[in-house]
Write a protein that binds this ligand. Structure first.
Ligand SMILES: CC(C)(COP(=O)([O-])OP(=O)([O-])OC[C@H]1O[C@@H](n2cnc3c(N)ncnc32)[C@H](O)[C@@H]1OP(=O)([O-])[O-])[C@@H](O)C(=O)NCCC(=O)NCCSC(=O)C[C@@](C)(O)CC(=O)[O-]
Length: 328
């Protein structure tokens, strides 16, 4: 005998299940997800080849045509530490800015903030680390000194009405200190929010997170702040990034950082690969029924452009699979 499912009964039980678990119609995935493109900064800061300033400008202008609402343009860090970002002011001044897009830049100290202000930056991102050793390698100061520097930056940024976003690096693992306890991350997130960051992005800098460690870390943080104050920033070194992004979305986070073509890595996290590819994130989100406002085809075109420019095959599986269908 063939058993058939009564669709009405099924829908009744499904709705009851959703109500019990507070799920929405999209498999517990938020209906609207904001994607922050970090390729021009996080992506290009680690490039061994010198990317010409004009190429960076064209890259960002093309990204501005895809429907993205936030593009991290560059960083105003020391050129002695990160020579790849030495053309920060020229890049920021050279891009065509759209009024409906935020163009944040990364700032390590007040000196960087002053240069950023001189070229008309409206939003900045500050960065701290949940790990002591990474803080020292990345910013030449302890984690506590890092927070003090951020306080100075934010105090000054407030007087100029700048929006400030925060990052915490090494949220589940550090290349020097190993496993990071959730509590260490929660403390830094709390400090950044108290200082005035409107949102804190949780960086799995070396891409070691798994569903379990990402879940435990976010669960600890959402005990003290709402998920709407958080973003997720996953590198894909161990191929876990999409799954980890999904875990964050499940826990109510609705902002995802990613890098077109999977560009990137941090120079002070050797061996770590790029961010999760924006094309892969968008394909996944659209497949789940989430709205991003981003045109995947255009994004694939931009991913191809930058991969060609740096002479490297794309790290985006979606780009590799769909480029020829769309463009050849
Ligand atoms: C924080 C510092 C500056 C301390 O670096 P320091 O060497 O301790 O600083 P200093 O004050 O002694 O200055 C040294 C020299 O740099 C100059 N300098 C100093 N600051 C600036 C500035 N803003 N702009 C331009 N020049 C600057 C300064 O003027 C001086 O020049 P000199 O007198 O020798 O000619 C340095 O360690 C630095 O720039 N670190 C940034 C490293 C970095 O960019 N890492 C990657 C970004 S973080 C990341 O990728 C993680 C993230 C956010 O994506 C999330 C995740 O995945 O986890």
């Amino acid at each position: 005998m063939v058993r058939t499912t009564n669709p009405r009964k099924f829908i009744h039980f499904f709705n009851k299940f959703k109500a019990e678990r507070n799920l929405n119609d999209r498999y517990n995935i938020p209906v609207e997800v904001k994607v922050v493109e970090v390729g021009p900064r996080d992506g290009l800061q680690n490039e061994p080849v010198n990317v010409p300033t004009n190429t960076k400008i064209e890259f960002i202008n093309r990204l501005s045509e895809t429907g993205l609402k936030a593009i991290e343009v560059t960083s105003f860090v020391s050129p002695k530490w990160i020579p790849q970002m030495a053309d920060n002011a020229k890049v920021f001044q050279g891009i065509q800015k759209k009024s409906n897009i935020d163009y944040p830049v990364l700032i390590p100290n007040v000196k960087g903030l002053e240069t950023a202000l001189s070229v008309g930056v409206k939003e900045i991102a500050v960065f701290a680390s949940a790990s002591e050793a990474f803080s020292r390698k990345n910013t030449n100061c302890s984690a506590e000194e890092g927070i003090n520097r951020i306080r100075e930056i934010i105090d000054s940024a407030k007087t100029h009405n700048l929006k400030v976003r925060g990052y915490v690096s090494c949220v589940v693992g550090c290349p020097y200190d190993g496993f990071i306890k959730p509590l260490a991350v929660t403390k830094i997130v709390t400090a950044l929010l108290e200082l005035g960051c409107y949102e804190v992005s949780l960086g799995d800098t070396i891409g070691v997170g798994t569903k379990k460690t990402i879940y435990n870390m976010i669960k600890d943080i959402v005990n003290v702040t709402e998920a709407k104050n958080l973003a997720i920033h996953c590198h894909d070194t161990f191929g876990q990034a999409l799954n980890n992004v999904c875990t964050a979305l499940d826990l109510g986070i609705t902002v995802v950082d990613s890098s077109v073509s999977g560009l990137g890595g941090c120079p002070y996290a050797k061996g770590a690969t790029g961010n999760v590819a924006t094309e892969d994130v968008i394909y996944m989100l659209h497949g789940l029924g989430s709205n991003t406002g981003i045109d995947l085809k255009k994004l694939i075109g931009v991913g191809h452009f930058i991969s060609n420019a740096i002479n490297r095959p794309t790290a985006s599986k979606v780009n590799a699979a769909l480029y020829s269908k769309y463009f050849l």
